[in-house]
Design a protein around this ligand. Structure first.
Ligand SMILES: Nc1ncnc2c1ncn2[C@@H]1O[C@H](COP(=O)(O)OP(=O)(O)O)[C@@H](O)[C@H]1O
Ligand SMILES: [Mg+2]
Length: 248
């Protein structure tokens, strides 16, 4: 199929995923267009991380389809490296290499995986460190950085592969409250530059401000989706209302 960017960048159709007898995704569908920011919100265990991992082919699926730029992810012949050049991912655990500096952490994948020249990569990596507002921290080791700073290095590391879409799975959930906002600001900067972003988050103010669409999941299904206003002010499903009443 010839994909062009008027078509969804990520198209998820009727995805089913089980771990053994445990059905975790029971027919999930969503489309994400280029430049859109989509937030996935839902109770713990509802399948949010599983879905995110399916988009990046870290989980296989039993039924349905996931297209990234028109390419089927659920295809045994998929070139996973090609997929992961297009799709960047940041997790709750940032997992930086402790014996490498911030700059070296950002430079590793393009040198090792993309075989780019060190000089070329260093220039890009320095610009990315600046973009995540960590100028001056290039030579710091992860242990010398706060959680929020380390998470921003992890974001820069992911951006170094020059992805077309970024997946963020609760990237602020493990951070001290005072460093959460700087990470959210970095994601906001990216969104404003037009990066396509799919985020699992519990940061409701952020979701309201930044999301184009919000999907609410519960027990493997999308209960409802809409604009932030639809979601926060006009939720119809009792499961959404119940969740919001607990969290807001
Ligand atoms: N690799 C796995 N093997 C078995 N069960 C899993 C695995 N990953 C997730 N699960 C289960 O799938 C369900 C959904 O998990 P998850 O996608 O992590 O939910 P969420 O991110 O919404 O909290 C949970 O019951 C979890 O225990
Ligand atoms: Mg999760």
């Amino acid at each position: 199929m010839n994909w062009d960017d008027s078509m969804p960048m990520v198209s998820i159709k009727d995805v089913h995923k089980a771990f053994g007898d445990l059905e975790v995704l029971k027919g999930v569908s969503m489309d994400i267009k280029k430049g859109e920011v989509v937030c996935i919100i839902g109770p713990s265990g509802s399948g949010k991380s599983t879905l995110i991992r399916c988009i990046n082919a870290l989980n296989d699926i039993q039924q349905g389809s996931i297209l990234v730029e028109g390419q089927e992810v659920n295809d045994p012949n998929l070139d996973k490296l090609e997929l992961r050049k297009k799709v960047g991912m940041v997790f709750q655990q940032y997992n930086l290499f402790p014996h490498k500096t911030a700059l070296e952490n950002v430079m590793m994948a393009p040198i090792r995986v993309l075989k780019q020249s060190k000089a070329e990569v260093e220039k890009t990596a320095r610009a990315l460190i600046k973009k995540v507002r960590l100028e001056g921290k290039e030579d710091s080791y992860p242990g010398e950085l706060s959680g929020g700073q380390q998470q921003r290095v992890a974001i820069a590391r992911s951006l170094a592969m020059n992805p077309d879409v970024m997946l963020f799975d609760e990237v602020t959930a493990a951070l001290d409250p005072e460093t959460v906002n700087e990470v959210l600001q970095t994601i906001k900067d990216l969104a404003e530059e037009g990066m396509t972003c799919i985020l699992v988050t519990h940061e409701m103010n952020f979701a309201r401000e930044v999301a184009d669409h919000i999907y609410f999941t519960d027990r493997g299904v999308i209960v409802e989706h809409g604009s932030p206003t639809n979601f926060f002010d006009e939720a119809k499903d009792p499961r959404t209302k119940e969740f919001l009443s607990q969290i807001l």
